[in-house]
Design a protein around this ligand. Structure first.
Ligand SMILES: C[S@@+](CC[C@H](N)C(=O)[O-])C[C@H]1O[C@@H](n2cnc3c(N)ncnc32)[C@H](O)[C@@H]1O
Length: 305
């Protein structure tokens, strides 16, 4: 069962994890279980903990990993609290952590989730759509002041026409649906130049990042993983957005300077042209890998975790 989502750099990511069949691994973004399946297949007495914010994704992952259910524990949680999840399960330091950031095909291709400007649906975009507290994209689009909205589009979507788009959105309020927003943004007359992107691509990306507080969650995750990893444990992060990749790169560099981790990917690893041709969603994928150092590799006078 492919579950409609092809895992990106799956073979390479799992190879970097260097699976010990008796080890404990965390897939912090288990999604539809694509990478998780590759990990679970290699375990004998080991354990895989799969985390995701999205209850629907976890349902799919559960079915897909059924054959390995004795080895797999799935938890609905935000990966920013990976340490609490591990404590709650009584799982000690782990041999590897994988994070495949962003959204899954299930989220993008389900109209009612509101992630896609191509599919008519409510302006929702919450990854955890069971949460009553979380704000939706409609809240942001219809209630944020024009200037703040422009800043959000610029900061998270790197949208150069943010001011013009924000002005057009504010004039067209209330905005009722994904397709309504896409039409309004397309009508803002942006200076898209030679780019092939739909004019609403960056607006939708920025809203998704804001709704799910993705950069805040990633920042907390990056701070908390080192204490979760056993010495020698591997940490693989796949990102699809330059802001995310920058956070990962900077954290890895900091941990390397502090002597906590060694960075194993001197240059970021990307999908091959053949993988991108087979799976266009791999296009912007970037993978970075670090390894927690053994205590004897850490100089005595360097900061400890
Ligand atoms: C690209 S998909 C992962 C796909 C998965 N590797 C597979 O092969 O099926 C990213 C997943 O991460 C989840 N996610 C994103 N941010 C999260 C967070 N802060 N905490 C937990 N899950 C998160 C999303 O709900 C989504 O299911």
């Amino acid at each position: 069962m492919s579950a409609g989502h092809t895992p990106v750099l799956a073979e390479e990511a799992v190879r970097w994890l260097r699976i010990d069949p008796e080890g404990t691994y965390v897939d912090a973004t288990v999604g539809l279980g694509g990478h998780a399946l590759e990990i679970a297949r290699q375990l004998t007495t080991g354990r895989l903990i799969g985390i995701d914010r999205d209850a629907r994704a976890l349902e799919v992952a559960r079915k897909r990993l059924e054959e390995y259910e004795k080895r797999v524990t799935l938890v609905q949680a935000d990966f920013s609290s990976i340490d609490e999840v591990m404590n709650g399960l009584g799982a000690g330091p782990v041999h590897g952590v994988l994070a495949d950031l962003g959204v899954s095909s299930l989220q993008l291709d389900t109209a009612e989730r509101g992630f896609s400007f191509r599919l008519g649906g409510p302006l929702d975009m919450r990854m955890d759509s069971d949460s009553d507290e979380a704000i939706t994209a409609a809240d942001i689009v219809n209630q944020t002041a024009e200037r703040e909205l422009a800043d959000l589009l610029y900061q998270y979507g790197e949208e150069r026409d943010s001011r013009r788009i924000a002005r057009t959105i504010v004039r067209a309020r209330p905005i009722r649906s994904t397709t309504h927003l896409a039409t309004v943004v397309a009508g803002a007359g942006t200076s898209r130049g030679r780019q092939k992107l739909h004019p609403a691509t960056k607006t939708f990306l920025a809203l998704r990042i804001a709704v799910n507080r993705e950069l805040e969650a990633l920042g907390q995750f990056l701070n908390r993983v080192p204490a979760t990893l056993a010495p020698g444990g591997r940490w693989v992060v796949l990102s699809y957005h330059s802001l995310e990749d920058r956070l990962v790169k900077q954290k890895f560099q900091q941990l390397s300077r502090e002597g906590v981790c060694a960075v194993l990917t001197r240059k970021v690893e990307r999908p091959t042209d053949a993988e991108i041709a087979a799976n266009p969603r791999a296009r912007s994928g970037k993978m970075r890998v670090a390894e927690k150092l053994m205590p004897e590799e850490i100089p005595a006078d360097w900061p400890r975790l």
